[in-house]
Design a protein around this ligand. Structure first.
Ligand code: NI
Length: 256
């Protein structure tokens, strides 16, 4: 019987770090067995790796979020390459495109998205994708860069069921966040019903995207259990079967 695998969380975020002992205690109590601690710039990637060495159940992803690509340079890319050699680093992420906030110019986002996909292929690690309001272009770039054979995980998947099917055909994995617990979120429930369970993971994206019944408060890895519960309800499956499957999927994907 496996425990929960939170496939995308930010223990490295100051909101969680200020209460890290409580966050850790509650996640262990909730039955979380593993977390993927995801970087979004150099500082948070360094922190993610440090925390992965503090906690046995914690693994790290290193990379630059599209928001922060305006601060990227060659030196930072080389730092990510060095970090990628650490045995507890299991992915490059989170990388991608965010055309909703446009915190960095789109051309800059595109450039560093491509460069980080290439880095992942060079070091032999899968990628974790952040895609907001850039669905078509995100997929196009990954096709052009031939990213799929190396492993693509769509974090916080928010696209259509139709596109989910296409991703699965390309060999990608989809990670479902706490927003699936929102009453009117028919779209994510449809996605879960459409794709094979072998292609799904569950995540918190803590401290963001808090599920019901804590919606509006700070999120933390312990709450991934509510997402697993909702996935089980949507699939009319046993909750433990969903936990087992998503745990196995994540370990297979990250090589844990
Ligand atoms: Ni994230």
């Amino acid at each position: 019987m496996a425990g929960l695998f939170d496939s995308h969380t930010h223990l490295n975020n100051p909101d969680l770090m200020e209460d890290i002992d409580g966050v850790v205690e509650r996640l262990l109590e909730a039955g979380v067995e593993y977390v993927m601690n995801v970087g979004y710039d150099l500082e948070s990637s360094l922190k993610a790796v440090e925390q992965a060495h503090t906690y046995e159940w914690c693994y790290a992803a290193v990379g630059c979020h599209p928001h922060d690509t305006k601060g990227m340079d060659e030196e930072t890319l080389e730092k990510f390459r060095e970090l990628a050699a650490d045995p507890k680093v299991k992915a490059i992420g989170e990388i991608g495109l965010d055309f909703y906030y446009d915190n960095s110019p789109r051309d800059v986002q595109r450039e560093w998205f491509r460069r980080q996909i290439r880095l992942a292929k060079e070091v032999g690690l899968p990628i974790i994708i952040h895609d907001r309001d850039a669905h078509e272009e995100c997929m196009q770039i990954m096709k052009e860069e031939d990213a799929f054979p190396n492993g693509v995980l769509m974090h916080c998947y928010s696209g259509s069921a139709e596109m989910a099917k296409e991703y699965v055909k390309l060999g990608a994995m989809l990670s479902i966040p706490g927003t699936i617990t929102f009453k009117n979120n028919k779209k994510q429930k449809e996605v879960v019903k459409t794709v094979p369970l072998e292609c799904l993971m569950v995540e918190t994206d803590a401290p963001y995207l808090t599920p019901v019944p804590f919606r509006g408060r700070r999120n933390e890895p312990a709450y991934v259990k509510y997402t697993a519960q909702m996935v089980a309800e949507v699939l009319q499956m046993d909750r433990q079967a969903v936990i087992d499957a998503t745990n196995e999927n994540a370990r297979r994907y990250f090589g844990i």
